[in-house]
Design a protein around this ligand. Structure first.
Ligand code: AP5
Length: 221
């Protein structure tokens, strides 16, 4: 049994990683490190990282490995030993997966479970075109499947809802291609380690959540 589990959540754009991450944080007290959120904060703050990352993100391409690995290395090294971790959107390439294994080994940790959420492309495209996100807490909403109580306003903190710059048709198309080419093969790395659990993410929210809870059971009890 792991007292401080290291959990990865992966899946194509719109699979529901951010949605289910909120549940994992609340239910299991994991520290959430989402590379997409970190990069969007850097872009909004106009930091050198944000300036460099923005053109890749807007086009739907991956930010270079050395940039992302450096970002995660600092954050992982600073985590307390007893903190469970949820990595969301990292690793996305074989080089990132290898770097993560090395970072964790130095801390005498390893990946405990990889939640690999699968959803058909037509559903992903529909979800992303209807997604609105809270500027303050990043909670995702959806005009079709999870509308906010008041249009344009976050139910949780009253923050303004916005649509991401990379949720355009062209960028989504490229993000889906990049996922197949560069990120889907990363699942093989974890399948070989015996930590990969595939989750059908096309089901209703509570059904997906229950599948994730079942996958988490061995590492939390
Ligand atoms: P990132 O922010 O990680 O984006 P992504 O992988 O494209 O995934 P999304 O955030 O779009 O989707 P999600 O799976 O979180 O879905 P959500 O829960 O919102 O990365 C953005 C960019 O940053 C990358 O393109 C890249 O440029 C860069 N980047 C990030 N990490 C990197 C890395 N490691 N290396 C290099 N570059 C990196 O749900 C989507 C919608 O569906 C919502 O509206 C939601 O309400 C709805 N929904 C969710 N679940 C369900 C359900 N079960 N039923 C119905 N609707 C649902």
């Amino acid at each position: 049994m792991a007292t401080a589990p290291t959990v990865l959540i992966m899946g194509p754009p719109g699979a529901g990683k951010g949605t289910q991450a909120a549940h994992l944080v609340e239910e299991y007290g994991l520290r959430h490190l989402a590379t997409g959120d970190l990069l969007r904060t850097a872009v909004a703050d106009g930091t050198p990282l944000g300036v460099e990352a923005k053109r890749f993100m807007d086009a739907g391409d991956l930010v270079p490995d050395d940039v992302i690995i450096g970002l995660i290395r600092e954050l992982v090294a600073d985590l307390p030993d007893d903190s469970g971790i949820l990595l969301d959107g990292f690793p996305r390439t074989d080089a990132q997966a290898t770097a993560l294994d090395e970072m964790l080994a130095r801390l005498e940790r390893s990946v405990d479970v990889v939640l690999d959420i699968a959803v058909p492309n037509d559903v992903l495209v529909r979800r992303l075109s209807g997604r609105w996100i809270c500027r303050t807490c990043q909670t995702p909403y959806n005009v079709d499947t999870k509308p906010p109580r008041v249009p344009g306003v976050c139910d949780l903190d009253g923050g303004e809802l916005y649509q991401r710059d990379d949720d355009t048709a062209d960028s989504v198309r490229n993000r889906l291609e990049v996922y197949v080419r560069q990120t889907a093969p990363v699942a093989d790395h974890y399948a070989a380690q015996g930590t990969l659990v595939r989750v059908d993410g096309a089901q209703d929210f509570p059904v997906v959540r229950a599948a994730i809870d079942a996958a988490m059971q061995p590492v939390t009890t």
